[in-house]
Design a protein around this ligand. Structure first.
Ligand code: HAM
Length: 420
């Protein structure tokens, strides 16, 4: 084989697509209940958009972006995520002027040049939501509840919600100073990433998965104690509202997110079936991004979940057949040249009547065609032979029971419709 997919990408073949469609349809249905509307933005944007929002020193921007100069010499990047694009579009189209709160969702491919492994791809797909315009902790609780609702509806109840507050511009410096003070003496023993983050983003050190570094974090003071009063109140309210909705969560004081725009609430929904890449969904509040992009002061909160990881967990729980869409209802078995032309016409009529139908265009015998119908799992076969056409009939065979009956060709579509 001369060509194959690029490393870190994959084909989603028809068999698997049914599962993907099931996930998408479920998410769309639940988004509608919560009054979110779809937005579609381009898959590439000017590079600066991502640098400004995710942060120059974030792993995504520093190491993982697909960036190129277009023919006009502009630096363009394939989107590594969609929050920045949605915020860009929100400001560009002045959505804040027409609605106090904009509730948007999206679905599509994202691109990150990371080392591929199970559950981690270079082109992956996200379904995400952004709620722009509400600073209320109700909005945070709604967003988390919405994520949990989608996974519940998908039948994935074995997931857990990890929650934390990442503070704000007032208390974050205090928190970071505490981390620096605490880890200062251990710095030479920490990994290169931690040493770099110590200077640029001390909070992100908490995210380090290196076991050796983790030994130094165990006695780290709880960052919640350093939150300012407003952040504390906000965090308490989010927890109270989640409790009132019966949503279970676990506070993880070490949960910090890899993208720069977050403040206050951060959360992840994790599955222990996913190994190292255990976060199926991640999100949080980002109250300063709209303003940073030149828009008005608009608070926001959102999340995105990965389709590949969701599909992986679902697949481990179910048989592929459970996600199969509607069966093939009818297979037309036409025997002989003239009958094939007749069959082709009837096939078209059946399809226009909304009956999922198929036929073989090659000239094969009854046995071969019935075998094919079986392989395609057709519920019924409509057999049109020379004798049948002469009598103005066709034979409808129930492929499950083997029962057969003769139908008049004059109103064959209506009769088939009544029986299937
Ligand atoms: P994120 O945590 O970077 O957040 O990504 C969200 C989800 O996308 C992850 O939990 C994971 O399921 C999936 N994902 C991320 N990278 C990969 C990859 N390389 N391969 C497969 N799946 C992946 C965001 O992207 C934020 N924009 C979420 C958000 C929306 N925050 C506020 N609004």
């Amino acid at each position: 084989m001369k060509y194959s997919v690029v490393r870190g990408t994959k084909d989603i073949l028809p068999d698997e697509v049914e599962l993907w469609q099931y996930i998408e349809e479920t998410a769309r249905k639940i988004f509608a209940y919560y009054n979110y509307q779809e937005i579609r933005t381009p898959i590439f944007e000017v590079t600066e958009l991502f640098q400004k929002s995710l942060g120059d020193t974030s792993d995504v921007v520093a190491k993982e972006m697909y960036t190129f100069l277009d023919k006009g010499g502009r630096s363009i990047s394939l989107r590594p995520e969609s929050t920045a694009s949605v915020v860009r579009s929100y400001i560009q189209h002045s959505m804040y002027k027409t609605q106090k709160v904009s509730k948007l969702y999206y679905c599509g491919p994202m691109f990150r040049y990371d080392r591929p492994q199970a559950g981690r791809y270079r082109q992956f797909h996200q379904i995400g939501v952004e709620n722009l315009g509400s600073a209320e902790p109700f909005a945070d609780a709604e967003i988390i509840s919405l994520g949990v609702h989608i996974f519940d509806e998908l039948g994935l109840s074995d997931l857990s919600v990890a929650l934390n507050s990442s503070g704000c511009s007032v208390c974050r410096p205090v928190i970071e100073e505490r981390i620096k003070q605490f880890l200062g003496n251990s710095l030479p023993h920490l990994c290169k990433d931690c040493q770099r983050r110590f200077e640029t983003k001390p909070l992100r050190i908490l995210d380090c998965k290196n076991k050796k570094c983790n030994n130094y974090f165990s006695a780290l003071p709880d960052i919640r104690k350093s939150l300012c009063q407003e952040c504390k109140d906000h965090f308490n309210s989010v927890q109270e509202y989640l409790d009132s909705l019966g949503i279970e969560f676990k506070i993880n004081p070490r949960l910090v997110r890899g993208l720069d725009y977050y403040n206050r609430t951060v959360f992840e929904i994790v599955s222990d079936q996913l190994g190292a890449q255990n976060a199926i969904c991640g999100g949080g509040r980002y109250d300063t991004l709209v303003e940073k992009f030149g828009g008005p002061k608009v608070p926001a909160v959102g999340f995105a979940f990965g389709m590949e990881r969701t599909a992986l967990v679902l697949q481990s729980l179910h048989d592929k057949k459970e996600f199969k869409k509607e069966n093939l209802k009818l297979f037309i078995v036409a025997l002989g040249e003239m009958q094939r032309t007749k069959g082709f016409y009837i096939l078209d009529e059946m399809r226009r009547a909304g009956i999922k139908s198929e036929m073989s265009y090659s000239d094969s015998n009854l046995k071969t065609q019935l075998k094919l119908a079986n392989k395609l799992e057709a519920n019924y076969c409509l057999i049109i032979g020379e004798d049948e056409v002469e009598k103005g009939i066709a034979v409808l065979k129930n492929m499950g029971t083997g029962d057969q009956e003769e139908l008049s060709l004059d109103d064959v579509v209506t009769q088939v419709q009544e029986r299937i």
